[in-house]
Design a protein around this ligand. Structure first.
Ligand code: FAD
Length: 303
């Protein structure tokens, strides 16, 4: 059995110091739903755990005129239970309702989901669709990184030694914005995505034209994939099945999956197109104000 130091700082500066003191064998702890399991299975070799949940900024949820800022350690449960988020960011709830079950959601955070940097993480395509900005603190002060640039390889990201994620900033959505996240799993609950897709659109005032769009895929590459070309192909186009099918084809072309126990390359390529098209349809419905999070919850297999 290995002894591990547990530190629970009360401020960002204290956490930076604790991580710097611990060096390569110190790691932040949010909900622990990934980290504790990795320690138990011997997949992580640590001396120091820095629990960031006592830092007020890390669990704060702030929503208002400037958009939404989520403390990196805010739990999925606290996000699900914030009515203002359900109203203004229903696509975010698509992900936070999917991560594990009720008990996991009570602990699991989006910061942990992102920093664990699994290619199949259920929040990351959604964060990319929402143009989220990552706020990072470290020994050299604070910096920001666009979420699509955050993950660099399976389990790896841009965080340097001593740095940690403080918050996720969702810019205020423009008028006529809609987004959605869907994943395919072989059963209804508690599985790892074979493919996940997150899309967002901004429509014209009459709802007939796509002014801009973002498309992202999970589980089809070493990192979650921002399919910029699919969004660009949609910009300025009329809302039509042909337009969406073209974007779906581009997503399929961009996908670089592997075959493994969950799915084959052809299946994942096919799913990339199907889920892109479906999420775009839902995003368009939401931008037009015609689909609620609860309706989508039923689509995703949640009551
Ligand atoms: C039963 C079960 C079901 C699950 N189902 C799903 C699922 O459906 N979809 C899904 O995507 N995931 C799922 N997961 C994985 C996990 O729950 C999520 O990835 C979760 O969001 C991780 O958040 P956390 O707060 O628990 O992270 P932690 O376990 O605390 O941390 C995860 C990693 O991120 C690092 N980290 C945490 N916080 C920070 C920070 N602020 N700054 C820098 N690094 C940080 C940690 O050091 C660690 O390396 C499941 C896990 C379990 C056990």
């Amino acid at each position: 059995m290995q002894a591990i130091d547990y530190v629970a700082p009360n401020s960002v500066d204290e956490a930076v110091s604790a991580l710097a003191a611990g060096g390569d064998t110190a790691r932040p702890l949010s909900g622990g739903t990934d980290l504790i399991a990795q320690l138990q299975e011997g997949r992580s070799d640590l001396d120091t755990i820095v629990d960031v949940k006592r830092i007020p900024e890390l669990t704060a949820i702030s929503i208002g005129g400037d958009g939404l800022t989520l403390g990196a350690a805010a739990s999925c449960h606290s996000i699900n239970n914030t009515q203002a988020i359900r109203d203004a960011y229903p696509a975010l709830i698509d992900s936070t309702h999917l991560i594990g079950g009720t008990q996991i959601q009570g602990r699991a955070s989006l910061g942990g989901n992102l920093c664990n940097s699994s290619p199949a993480a259920d929040s990351i395509p959604n964060l990319i669709a929402h143009s989220v900005i990552c706020h990072i603190a470290g020994p050299n002060g604070r910096r920001t990184v666009a979420v699509e640039d955050f993950c660099t390889a399976p389990g790896r990201n841009v965080l340097e030694r001593g740095e940690f994620l403080v918050a996720l900033e969702f810019p205020k959505p423009p008028a006529n914005f809609g987004a959605a996240y869907l994943r395919f799993i072989p059963r209804n609950e508690m599985d790892i995505a074979v493919v996940g897709a997150g899309s967002s659109v901004v429509l014209s005032d009459d709802g007939g034209t796509i002014e801009s769009a973002r498309v992202s895929l999970g589980a089809v590459a070493p990192t979650p994939l921002f399919v910029q070309e699919a969004g660009e192909a949609l910009a300025g186009q009329p809302v039509s099945e042909e337009t969406l099918a073209r974007a779906a084809e581009l997503a399929k072309e961009a996908a670089r999956p592997i075959s493994d126990m969950r799915g084959t390359i052809p299946q994942r390529k096919h799913l990339s197109a199907v889920l892109t098209q479906r999420t775009l349809r839902i995003a368009i419905d939401r931008a037009r104000g015609t689909k609620t999070v609860d309706e989508l919850g039923r689509l995703n297999g949640h009551g």
